[in-house]
Design a protein around this ligand. Sequence first.
Ligand code: FRU
Length: 493
Amino acid sequence: MMEQTKLAKARDYETAFGAQIPPEERPLFHVTPTVGWLNDPNGFSVYQGEYHLFYQYHPYDIHWGPMHWGHMKSRDLIRWERLPAALAPDMEYDQNGVFSGSAAELPDGRQLLMYTGVQGTDNTPACRQTQCLAVGNGVDYEKYEQNPVLTADAIPEPCYAKDFRDPKIWHDPEENCFFAVAGIRMQDESGAVALFSSKDGFHWNYVSILDRSRNQYGRMWECPDFFELDGKAILIVSPQEMRAQGLTFHNGNDVICLMGNYDRAEHQFTRESVSAVDYGLDFYAPQTLKTSDGRRVMIGWMQSWENSHLCRDNARWQGMFTVPRELSLKEGCLIQKPVKELENYRRNPVICRDVPLAPDIRLPGISGRILDLTIDVRPEHETSLESFTIHFAQDESHGTVLHYDVQKGTVCLDRTDSGFRYNIVNRREAPVRDQGGKIRFRILLDRFSAEIFINDGEQAISACIYTPQEADGISFEARGTGRFDAEKYELVL
Ligand code: FRU
């Protein structure tokens, strides 16, 4: 009998075991792997009028292992169709993993995937990461016979061949050219983003270094993405080994937004500001695409490396993505909102207006673990509210807490009682705009996660919760006077 290829084996495995996972063991509208492990989103793009989304994938285990690419597609970014695994680590240059990358449509209608091939194991001198291609029809892909197409030798400065990864490709219609950014580690041990270009998508040249950490914003910069948003140039990177700074950055793996201007002629990026992208406990390695109606949409891995090895009891999948989020700028700040398509799945509204603030409030019909809930708080006057707290995923012994401290100007998410029995980080605070106590929360719950958008997307807070599904209570606690509105929808797909 002929030996099965690695890809055929992965496809057979996911067909056999993916279908055994009952839908109620998964979130409803958040992407999970067919079976096993998922980390970064890859190849998030439009191809022949549909959204494609690949992911870092190890089907055989709920822990990270030799990386494959899993695959899904969608017409509306909410309802996803599973496709067979797209890539397996089956060549010499990617034998230790098909790492993160991206996708674009070629002029001839084929789909181009660009990914990092890993040869050799982490932190050994022989380890090499190179950029590789595969071409396909939206389901099946063939690796390019001239892989790799970029090695660290392409960078004219000393840098590490073992840390050169995560190419994000796009087509620039003005220059009629493909570009790609990738993370690289320079001689100072910290990360940078290198820009490359290609006329045909196959032959690549180094262009410039767009920005560097200089050991200020973490060490290696992973998963860069570069795009224009409302007239500014945005570079999003995921730094490793970041150092905490106020409420904005935390130790470990962060996601930061470098905002500035881009000189297209010189291919130089000038940074003007650096900000956090998500103030939650689980958010990493996001990627964006541009929709045909011009929206910039971002999706991220809703997990942190630090706690990704901690799994739910009897879990058959591990790792999920955030809801896709539309990005915009307002007064120099990055705004994130769940894509508007989500609203098509809202059902059974429960709307409570002008509820007087009180120390313990429960509202009939406001409960659940799969929902889209908006809360608008209006203090009686500028100084009448001290704090406003929302408890969700609540029963006698559980509850996830969202606490707005008006004086401090912060919103804190606390998931201490959300089903984890490990010594992990459970609280994080986000600074919020002072509006005299007025605030709006939009909370998306989907069985295993909470995503919170404050003041129409000025801050986003994402976290996994492992709370038993029966804990579906929601209650409110206010110190001060005023009123609030609650608008709740079930989400039904
Ligand atoms: C980020 C990352 C990437 C790499 C991939 C490996 O989470 O470390 O840099 O390509 O995950 O799975």
